[in-house]
Design a protein around this ligand. Structure first.
Ligand code: FDA
Length: 307
């Protein structure tokens, strides 16, 4: 792995650095490039702008790695409040929610995470929308897929994320490519060991394309999450080769990254979903985005010193 990427991902887990950066007087504009804001109102405002411009949205209430049942409960309540607001604002048709199971208790107890995720799924159903489970580091993959399987018994449209950098993922794609399934394919954002993950970006890209083909050959609804200018046309061409029309799959990108490409794909008739994070716990998310691209780190540091 690129040494700068490893360093930034290590910083994401370091409590001293976390406290220093999270309490530094960081310009709101810097964080706001990638994060909608801290409140539900901020999330709704950004969602409305994106939906009005022809995009769809998945909203993430920021937070992860909770080892406190009360905090997990607070996260569930935050999602319920968000879903109510989406419904009240008439935005539920264009926006779903993404949930990290570690934010709703997975590290404490898988059953607690299942119960909490089920509360969110039930509320999403009532509001006329759905849920996708984010995928975190590889130690949580089996547990997340078990929880997914349980949730899908009641809510078959609950989606999952698979990470192309893991050796296991092409097999997981084949297992999850059945009718009704929704799978978001991404490269993967965590620092993973060579025993479980490809370390070379070329290998990750090759794995991504194998997974694209596997998902497109199945009967599910694939959601291709990448900003990679080489992969987007490959996905498009492979989808056409598999007879998938726009609407039979979707592109997904992160809020603040390649917005002009998001609009270009939507203008071609593709469904494009923008992942919009919001909330006060933006630190871990921001560090993963910085790790993906050194230019972002320079942008962040420049903004800090130029305040
Ligand atoms: P890659 O990182 O190789 O970037 C390719 C190109 O895209 C870059 O050269 C640049 O042009 C552009 N780009 C990429 N990242 C950028 C950035 N941060 N800033 C500016 N330009 C950038 N991961 C995970 O482990 N679990 C998850 O649940 C999710 N969920 C998720 C949802 C959605 C909708 C997306 C788009 C991504 C995720 N991810 C994720 C993150 C994912 O694993 C991955 O880290 C990022 O998408 C970056 O990978 P790319 O495919 O964009 O390629």
């Amino acid at each position: 792995m690129n040494p700068l990427r490893s360093l930034i991902l290590a910083a994401a887990d370091n409590d001293v650095i976390r406290r220093t950066v999270a309490t530094a007087p960081v310009s709101r504009d810097v964080v706001r490039r990638f994060v909608a804001g801290e409140t539900v109102a901020d999330a709704i405002e950004v969602t409305r702008q994106l939906v009005d411009s022809g995009l769809t949205v998945t909203l993430d209430h920021l937070g992860e790695d909770t080892t406190d049942a009360d905090l997990a409960d607070q996260t569930v309540r935050a999602y319920l409040e968000l879903l109510d607001a989406l419904y009240a604002e008439g935005l539920a048709a264009g926006a779903e929610v993404s949930v990290k199971l570690t934010a709703v208790g997975q590290l404490l107890d898988e059953q607690l995470a299942l119960t909490n995720a089920a509360r969110i799924c039930a509320a999403a159903e009532q509001c006329g929308t759905t849920v996708t489970l984010d995928m975190e580091d590889h130690t949580t993959t089996d547990s997340t897929l078990r929880v997914l399987a349980e949730l899908r018994r009641t809510w078959p449209s609950v989606g999952a994320v698979l990470q192309a950098y893991l050796h296991r993922t092409v097999g997981d794609c084949a297992r999850l490519a059945g009718t009704g399934s929704r799978v978001r394919l991404c490269k993967g954002a965590y620092a993973e060991p060579a025993e479980v993950a490809y370390q070379d970006m070329h290998e990750v890209n090759l794995s991504y394309v194998r997974c694209v083909n596997t998902l497109l050959a199945g009967d599910g609804y694939p959601m291709f999450a990448t900003h990679d200018p080489r992969l987007v046309p490959i996905v498009d061409a492979r989808a056409e080769a598999h007879g998938r029309k726009p609407g039979g799959f979707e592109f997904q990108m992160l809020y603040g990254i390649r917005p002009e490409e998001q609009r270009r794909l939507a203008a071609l008739g593709h469904t494009v979903r923008v992942y919009v994070p919001y909330g006060v716990q933006w630190y871990g998310y921001l560090m993963r985005r910085l790790a993906e691209r050194p230019a972002n780190t320079a942008f962040f540091l420049r903004a800090l010193v130029s305040r």
